[in-house]
Design a protein around this ligand. Sequence first.
Ligand code: BES
Ligand code: ZN
Length: 849
Amino acid sequence: MKDASPAAPLEIFLSDYTPPAYLVDTVELTFKLHPTATRVLSRIAFRPNPDTADRTFYLHGEQLKLISATIDGQDANAKVTDLGLTAIAPDAPFIFEAEVEISPSTNTALEGLYMSNGMYCTQCEAEGFRKITYYPDRPDVMAVFSVTIEGEETVKLSNGNDLGDGKWHDPWPKPAYLFALVAGDLVNHPDTFTTMSGKEVELNIWVRPGDLNKCAFGMDALKRSMAWDEKVYGREYDLDLFNIVAVDDFNMGAMENKGLNIFNSSAVLASPETSTDANFERIEAIIAHEYFHNWTGNRITCRDWFQLCLKEGLTVYRDSQFTSDERSPAVKRIEDVIALRARQFREDNGPLAHPVRPTSFVEINNFYTATVYEKGAEVIGMLKTLIGDDAYYKGCDLYFTRHDGQACTIEDWLACFEEVTGRDLAQFKLWYTQAGTPRVSVKEAWKDGTYTLTFTQHTPPTPGQDVKDPKVIPIAVGLLNEAGEEIQATRICEVTDDVHAFRFTGLDALPIASINRGFSAPIILQQDQDNLTRAFLLANDTDPFNKWEAGRALARDVMIRMVTEDAAPDQAYLDALLAVARDDTLDPAFKALVFSLPSGDDIAQALFDGGVTPDPTKIYLTAQTLSQSIAQAMQDTLPRIYAQMQVDGPFSPDADAAGKRAWGNVALSLLTRLDGGAQARTQFEGADNMTQQLSALGALLRAEVGEDASKAFYAQWKEDRLVIDKWFAMQVSFAKLDAAPAVAEALTAHPDFTLTNPNRFRAVFGALAGNTAGFHSPDGSGYALLADWLIKLDAKNPQTAARMSTAFETWTRYDADRQGMMRDALERIKAAPNLSGDLSEMVTRILNA
Ligand code: BES
Ligand code: ZN
């Protein structure tokens, strides 16, 4: 019996949580692989959940062809709808068996079992397992899985231990979202790791034959991650085997399936010739992230998807700690804050704002957001700041021992820290439940040797949350004297009230305050700071984050005055930059970050916050003018910097070498504004690694002299999908002014463009959305083009289409013309026939701004 009516959008509420009626002890799955008719046989041992009287037997299942279903060997008399199956089940343990048929080769949504370049693979988080077979597809149902894979493929993988002959057994109970299967003609890069208790673990990275030379870095990153989690969190790996597989068609970066992580090939494959320094850093972080999930996510999982930050926020925090330890803490913190502001602040201050722990959703895929991930990680960082390192690691240990093998909530997590500290975390919990970025303004007062900082906090309303309570905000403060010496080491001011004052006594003279050091809280700090003070802090602050932050505030102020008052580029700013460039005590990577201007989107948000309607065209032209002035002001220094930053010898992706290349390439891009591209052309032609080649190409494209280089680049790399993704993205990212929509549209006609590979789609349209002046081109062509292609993509891949619709989330910032055109584009998407629930939820929420 099929339900013919289209599934109405169903909103799920955290407050409606009920425990599962039946629990699962064991699951046996047999896959008879076939591209269009894979048979999945399941044998599931259910038992009634003693914690509930509910005996409703309901299994999720979507896009399945049911062949048979039995309970204890008898026909189950199952009732089937588009979303699942119900039957009458006994109030005692029983065996449910089913056979279903699915078609992996036509599965373009890349959820459930699908095919990528002839290889079978799965993606089950969050709710993909229900597209494989009928099952209670919810994270609080954990079971032991045994798997048999039948097929011609030479390599057949699943979770846990390899029993040979396509048979697998995973001894650790897990929710269905951690299930994985891979089958294909793959080759492996093997290695081993000996854990702290002396157990030898077999490690493999599985790839298509041509990619074997791109596995070494990922393997090294994996081993470093395993050692780090032992050293810092005392967490050891718990199986004899750890497999990673690279697949080309993947919606996300990677997935932490138990013992069988599946990676987007862009997030694991690396070689000096084809990967940039940024790629290497990202790959290292993602490998660490998915590996760390083995404890924070797999051993201890989420009770329901509202608790997603329990695993994601915590694991992002852990991977950021890892990157800090492996590379430069200052650089990592600055990079994270740039990303936080670009993605999370943008989200938190627009129509899609939601708490770190949301209270309702229609499509859970739409809540793998910057807020859940990045603000979720910031919240962990604040907890650690508030309770101290010792208590933090004690609380984590308690969490790991108390909740091992369980599906948990944020309450479970916080209770561990309340217990080890004796501290009430009720106010702290508001960070999980209240959306919006707090604005914290600060006023200073000075009298008789006492310096007082008075903080006032305010969080603007967000959708569904008009009134906000004051949060506990840990603000790290240090004080400097006029000579630039630190006279008050970093101290944490715990702001707990709407207005909260802190005194610093016994001072000789009015100090200069460095506030929110290390970005200790994810807030918008509103401070009356003049550019002299900013330049002073850029020169003298002992906190590397705030040193950078002072430069950023200066740049923002300079650009805003250029935009709103037609001011000339500020000489004091140029002088400050020159001083940074000349300071040989500074890390080159840090200098590169000081020289990177705030993005167009950043300036647009800042203008909007200040009550000015942003004009993306003008912002773009301002950035050009300012960059040109910087180049001219540095004219004499640039060739020397460029020469000094050349890295000799064989390529190494380490942080020092990468930092030199980053700073050298800042110099190159400025030089290119002066020399017509001579130096960049030389670098492009002589480059032996992708960082140098791509930076040179970018500089040439920016100067509009990159056409030949771009052709040569394509000819050189046309066989390498990941490099060609960069080629697509570069042309759109570096398109001038409002040219990006036309460039992107032309690229969609290129024979290498395809709707079925998310990396390729993102290369073109992610770059379009990220090119602020281009996307917001005054004729509306950027909006129309993206709307057209989101509608096309949605028919194949709703998850990726929905994620990319966030390009429109800032629409209410802009002028009436642009707003009208963006609203039209959104309405057009909303009215498209057969729109997915994913994309429909997104455009509806964006329109409800
Ligand atoms: N569990 C996620 C992957 C995922 C996300 C599956 C959404 C299904 C839906 C994984 O651990 C993850 O978070 N991956 C990130 C990278 C990470 C370094 C933040 C990703 O894929 O972008
Ligand atoms: Zn994750």
